[in-house]
Design a protein around this ligand. Structure first.
Ligand code: MET
Ligand SMILES: [Zn+2]
Length: 776
């Protein structure tokens, strides 16, 4: 079957939705605060949608053929799909996202291996699944037939595909045992079929259905062999049979369609969809002829949507040119590997003035969303007309790459030599029994020692002081004095509450990764490089561009000061190497494990300085250990090996009588349980309250025999748990594992909470520890 509707030569899979000046964030927050009406929010959203698609045309995408994605979402694309299907009523959109007095929000979790969070739909046997909301049709029509006198753009609506939607959903409460949302595939597909018919009637030439679940064993691992391929085949047989539908592009970003668990390109290629987008940054190009591909366009994801580096256009163009012959595809188009959701808008929005880590050299090395659109346009033109047509752009990209490779700081021989000299002795501490005895003698803690995870509430005063300092209204001394006063207050509060191991409260940290990035060589930070984390929340990931080293101690003064105020032990608090990488843009010119080792060595020096300053307890947080877990099972072992090694490299220099803590906060521990043990920390605190301590027997069964602090209360909500509730959870823990190993702490840091609820909750935590101690 020939391709009826030629796929555009170049496209992107999606574009940032928050707005270059975070317009959507402001519009949402104004609405939620009651300062604006629904109509005003809709007007602001519409203006943003139109400005975005027109911007993409200005950057070179074709306005008439569906090159421009319509990838807006008011809050989250998975929630949008739930509303599209009627599983969540449109009127409850923001209730599902944020909760209200009576109803809790949907659970939120990370989208594949990114730091974007989606809302987890709840689907049961009776959940409505019909075409209930026509937002994609309305957004198509508003851009194609604008009534504001501006340019018309024929967009390509982007929707989460039916298979991925159901695989990301969880079974609704009350669903029968064994029910899985994927059991409702036929119902969901019928609703998608209605959507396609409506889009076709509205004149949409193309629609994009995102099916990243096809690259992720982390999402599909529970399915019987062949079940995923069968679901894809069934879903797309129905969808391609819809009369009058748009041509269908199925996109499979974030990894490889083919892995040890199966070949998921095959069922797509065998279906009647018109185009398939593959990720050629994380995944590999199909090798050999793929049956069915001859009648389809292959959208080659050659431009990295998940990182900020300028592409090697010469190499990418050569790769694109080889693809057609290699795969026998009907046509090759150029695309991004993923949506550009994960990168900031525009390098030119940043002031690369050398101030505050904004190294001017970086400007030429980076490509944010707009630069990536231009790269796609260049590659598409080069593919259509030959490299000569884009010789100038290719030369500029090659020159920038060469400049980056040779630039001072990218390779620092002293850092490389130190990493190369490392051996097994550098990742091994004394046997745990010996350490435990030395630590017990040094710390003399009661059974069930109480502590917190590190941060205390970031009050409006703290934030105001930091903002004033950043704009120069507060000098260094005044800022430092304000933060010291906060540390003193936090220490006094913990003493009054009767906690056993204290913290300084982290008031000086804007963010647990950025704080370190700002102080380490090899990192840059941006002033406005915002990326959506979830809903209206954005983060500014640091950019790790060079070999990492520590020019001066990072945290020691704060811990030393806090320790000077109390006779109780104060924990030194560090962010671990994997988490620093996970929440930064990382370099693409060396393996991640090598970068992790460099960061680990910088932290190792910090641990040594904390010890020298008298710290008896040091905590190295690794909340992102699970997040970077590769999507394909066959890649997970190698990752966990280097991740665990990096943690040990950071911590193994500690003396036997220095107690090393770590903290992990997410609820799916499954694949990482052995790695938790492998970290060899003396004490591990974990999120556990919502799962009612489920992790404790799991760890015991895995042979874990060191200190464990299962969180006894959930810090994600302002709710204060009663002393009785905390006692009950603690009793579950001491019944499941040797009580001598158990620590008592909240689920995570307290920085997002207020003082009133924090003080109450911690009071109950200490009371519960005392009650359970008395009964041991
Ligand atoms: C996301 S884990 C947070 C750990 C950090 N020490 C804190 O308490 O905020
Ligand atoms: Zn945490």
């Amino acid at each position: 079957m020939p391709i009826a509707t030629p796929f555009p030569g170049g496209t992107i899979l999606g574009y940032p939705r928050i707005g270059r000046r975070r317009e959507l964030k402001r519009a949402l927050e104004a609405r939620w605060a009651g300062r604006t009406t629904d109509a005003e929010l809709e007007a602001a959203s519409r203006a943003l949608r139109l400005a975005t698609v027109r911007r993409l045309v200005a950057l070179g995408l074709d306005p008439a053929d569906g090159s421009v994605p319509s990838s807006f979402s008011p809050y989250d694309q998975v929630l949008d799909a739930a509303v599209l299907l009627g599983a969540v009523p449109a009127a409850d959109y923001f209730v599902a996202a944020r909760g209200d007095g009576a109803r809790p929000p949907l659970e939120m979790t990370k989208w594949f291996d990114t730091n974007y969070h989606y809302l987890v739909p709840e689907i049961g046997p009776d959940t409505p699944l019909t075409f209930a909301d026509d937002a994609p049709v309305r957004w198509f029509a508003e851009a194609a037939r604008p009534d504001d006198g501006g340019q018309a753009v024929v967009t390509r609506p982007v929707v989460v595909g039916p298979v991925t939607f159901l695989l990301l959903a969880k079974a609704a409460a009350g669903a029968p045992v064994g029910f899985r949302p994927l059991d409702r595939l036929d119902d969901a597909v019928a609703a998608y079929a209605d959507l396609l018919a409506a889009l076709g009637a509205a004149g949409a030439p193309w629609v994009q259905l995102d099916e990243p679940a096809l690259v992720a064993d982390t999402v599909t691992g529970h399915l019987a062999p062949g079940a995923l391929a069968e679901a894809v085949t069934r879903a797309y047989a129905t969808l391609t049979a819809v009369p009058g539908r748009p041509a269908i592009l199925v996109a499979a970003p974030y990894g490889d369609l083919r892995g040890a668990s199966g070949d998921h390109l095959a069922p797509l290629a065998a279906s009647d969809v018109e185009a398939i987008a593959v990720d050629l940054v994380r995944g590999s190009a199909p090798t050999g002829l793929v049956p069915g591909l001859e009648s389809k366009a292959l959208v080659a994801g050659l431009v990295d949507g998940h990182n900020v580096w300028r592409a090697d256009l010469a190499a990418r163009l050569a790769q694109a040119a080889r693809l057609q012959a290699a795969t026998g595809t009907g046509a090759v188009a150029v695309g991004t590997s993923t949506s550009l959701l994960h990168v900031p808008h525009d390098v030119e929005d940043e002031t690369w003035d050398g101030a505050a880590g904004r190294d001017p050299r970086l400007r030429d090395w980076l490509a944010f969303a707009d630069q990536k659109v231009a790269e796609v346009v260049t590659l598409a033109r080069g593919l259509a007309h030959g490299p000569g047509a884009v010789a100038e752009q290719i030369a500029a990209a090659s020159a920038a790459l060469a400049d980056r490779a040779a630039a001072a700081g990218v390779v620092v021989p002293a850092v490389r030599e130190r990493v190369a000299r490392l051996g097994e002795a550098d990742v091994a501490r004394a046997p745990y029994r010996e350490r435990a005895a030395a630590q017990a003698a040094r710390l003399s803690l009661p059974p069930l020692p109480t502590t917190t995870i590190g941060s205390f509430p970031q009050t409006p005063e703290i934030r105001a002081a930091r903002a004033a300092w950043a704009r120069g209204a507060l000098d260094d001394a005044a800022y430092e004095a304000a933060m010291r006063a906060e540390v003193a207050r936090v220490v006094a509060l913990q003493e009054e509450l009767g906690l056993d191991v204290l913290v300084h409260g982290e008031p000086e940290r804007n963010d647990m990764v950025q704080h370190f990035a700002e102080r380490l060589d090899g990192f840059a930070v941006t002033a406005g490089g915002w990326v959506q984390s979830y809903g209206s929340r954005c983060v500014r990931p640091p950019i790790l561009w060079g070999d990492v080293s520590r020019p001066a101690p990072l945290t020691v003064a704060w811990t030393r000061y806090a320790q000077s105020l109390t006779a109780k032990p104060v924990k030194g608090m560090l962010t671990g190497p994997v988490t620093i990488l996970a929440w930064s843009f990382v370099r693409d010119d060396q393996p991640l494990g090598d970068t992790a080792a460099q960061v680990a060595l910088a932290l190792r020096d910090e641990v040594a300085d904390l010890e020298a300053a008298g710290a008896a307890v040091v905590q190295v947080d690794e909340p992102a250990l699970r997040e970077l877990l590769p999507l394909r099972r066959e890649d997970q072992r190698a990752y966990l090996d280097w991740a665990v090694r990096a943690f040990r490299l950071a911590t193994a220099g500690a003396a036997p009588d220095t107690q090393v803590h770590t903290h992990l906060c997410y609820s799916e521990f499954g694949e990482v349980i052995d790695a938790i043990d492998g970290l060899d920390a003396d004490v591990t605190s974990l999120e556990a309250a919502r799962s009612r301590m489920e992790i404790v027997p799991q760890l015991r069964d895995a042979g874990y025999g060191r200190g464990i602090g299962p969180g006894v209360y959930d810090i994600h909500s302002p709710r204060v748990p009663s002393a009785g509730e905390v006692t009950e959870l603690l009793r579950l823990a001491v019944r499941a594992i040797e009580p001598a190993l158990v620590w008592v702490n909240p689920d995570c840091g307290l920085k997002t909470r207020g003082y009133a609820e924090t003080t109450e909750s911690l009071r109950h935590l200490v009371a519960a520890a005392r009650a359970v101690r008395a009964s041991l």
